[in-house]
Design a protein around this ligand. Structure first.
Ligand code: BG6
Length: 483
């Protein structure tokens, strides 16, 4: 598929996301030949920049790009224009209209801080830019999409005042990752997994999204968000739904999203009385990491000294369905942990305790590990006979590594996602009802926290998280995978 002629109008072109992700992804699509010849990019922002300055700024930003070369970069950037306006000035939108008057599709991309979303949507709506004769129009919205169920609903209804659902693309960059899409390929493109993909054979599932970095320069956002909203509400619950959904009737966007929504609606809400028990929250304290001192979360500038914002959260999720009854899904995510790792681990039931293994250690349970990043790959942990004269078993992984099998670097998530938005394919974007189901689960936990105020535990930078988080699987006789 190739993007049809048109224009992408990026609100917030002067921000970090445009520099680090959006423009580089568009450049990769350009170099690979996925953009129509007369495709244009318009950057909408407040700063006093010119077309020339913007092109120069992005040329420097592209210099580290794996596909960078002078000629391609200049040709690509010749199609980039800057439009200066504040987001709440109707005249800025009227002037934009003139620049959009050539043919083709129009994609509005909201890459601004979320506080500006409603202003931009209203102005696009009221100026008629959401409804221009002869153009197919779509709008892409970055996360965070609301901060709880109510605000997400409010944003959805504002969007739906001016756009139809099929024009609205709510982004979750995890869905653009090659390895995340491979979860569906693995489950439904092979016949051996589906028959055992249920509570009869699966003991439990672990989802880990660990980071080594701290909160960095995003304190203002993060202080209000915390790990539960920042990572679980979107990326982790998306992983959970892909791993546990029923077989969709096709790979069409609605067939897949219908199944995801069913899972999300069947997540067992975590009640006030159990929140301290089923959800563990924590913050990193100051300490030494890779030989240097790193500040604790509460020491970071802009963080309140008594902040309860969690930089780590672990929880036990359950799905009320026949397939998943009694199969806990342990989730954990945090900043300043020992390493960067995103993975889904599906643990199978152990072999039965029979006299076959009497007097020997029973074999370790099998597990299927889907490593999302880094070292993208899949491994199936099996037991094999250790060579020698006796029947000793050792754990051995059957491995598939992207790097070994395919060599090349994997495409960036934003490349695939932008191409999908440009070609009007919403399969990897979040639908309104899906988004609300995600928020319903998270908002339940947040509200319980507000009432119960469970402890905020602490953990050292470079560790595997707070000690208390071990308790979640441990009290059911299980253990987290080593981080
Ligand atoms: C973002 C979060 O959505 O995902 C960040 O806001 C986080 O806090 C990032 O660092 C992680 O993404 P990735 O692709 O590096 O796993």
């Amino acid at each position: 598929k190739k993007a049809p002629p048109g224009v992408i109008c990026i609100f917030g072109i002067t921000g970090d996301l445009s520099k680090k992700k959006l423009v580089p992804a568009l450049y990769a699509l350009y170099v690979r030949g996925y953009l129509a010849e007369n495709f244009k990019i318009i950057g909408f922002a407040r700063r006093d920049w010119s077309d020339e300055f913007t092109r120069q700024y992005f040329k420097e930003a592209l210099m580290g790009h794996p596909f960078f070369n002078d000629r391609d970069a200049d040709e690509f950037l010749a199609a980039l224009f800057y439009h200066r306006s504040s987001f709440d000035d109707p005249e800025g939108y009227a002037a934009l209209r003139k620049k959009l008057s050539f043919g083709g599709d129009i994609i509005y991309y909201l890459a601004t801080p979320p506080a500006s979303y409603s202003t931009i949507i209203e102005n696009l709506g009221e100026s008629g830019l959401c409804n221009l004769e002869g153009h197919n129009i779509r709008i892409v919205i970055e996360k965070p999409f609301g901060s709880d169920l109510e605000t997400a609903r409010g944003l959805n209804s504002l969007l739906l005042r001016y756009f139809k659902e099929e024009q609205i693309y709510r982004i979750d960059h995890y869905l653009g990752k090659e390895t995340v899409q491979n979860i569906l390929a693995l489950r439904f493109g092979n016949s051996i997994f589906e028959p055992i993909w249920n509570s009869k054979y699966i003991d439990h599932i672990q989802i880990t999204v660990a980071e080594k970095i701290g909160v960095g320069s995003r304190i203002n956002y993060y202080e209000k968000s915390g790990a539960l909203r920042d990572m679980v509400q979107n990326h982790i619950l998306q992983l959970l739904s892909l791993v546990t959904m029923e077989v969709p009737t096709s790979f069409e966007s609605d067939a897949i999203r219908n199944e995801k929504v069913k899972i999300l609606k069947n997540l067992v809400p975590i009640k006030q009385a159990e929140v301290s028990h089923k959800v563990i929250r924590a913050q990193y304290v100051g300490g030494y990491l890779d030989g240097g001192y790193v500040k604790g979360y509460r020491e970071e500038e802009g963080v309140k000294i008594d902040s309860t914002t969690e930089t780590y959260v672990a929880l036990k999720a359950e799905i009320a369905s026949w397939r998943w009854a009694g199969v806990p899904i342990y989730i954990r995510t945090g900043k300043r942990l020992s390493r960067k790792l995103s993975e889904v681990a599906v643990f199978f039931k152990p072999v039965p305790e029979t006299s076959l293994w009497f007097g020997r250690p029973s074999p370790a349970p099998n597990a299927l590990i889907m490593q999302i990043q880094p070292d993208e790959g899949i491994s199936l942990l099996t037991n094999v006979k250790s060579p020698g004269y006796s029947m000793e078993l050792i754990k051995h992984p059957l491995n598939f590594k992207y790097e070994h099998s395919f060599g090349d670097e994997l495409p960036e998530a934003y490349e695939r996602l932008l191409l999908d938005a440009l070609t009007a394919d919403p399969v990897l974007y979040t639908r309104a009802d899906e988004l609300e189901a995600l928020w319903a689960y998270i908002t339940g936990i947040r509200e319980a926290w507000d009432i119960v105020s469970p402890p905020v535990y602490s953990y050292l930078p470079g560790s595997a998280g707070p000690i208390m988080a071990r308790k979640l699987p441990a009290e059911e006789g299980r253990r987290w995978r080593r981080l």
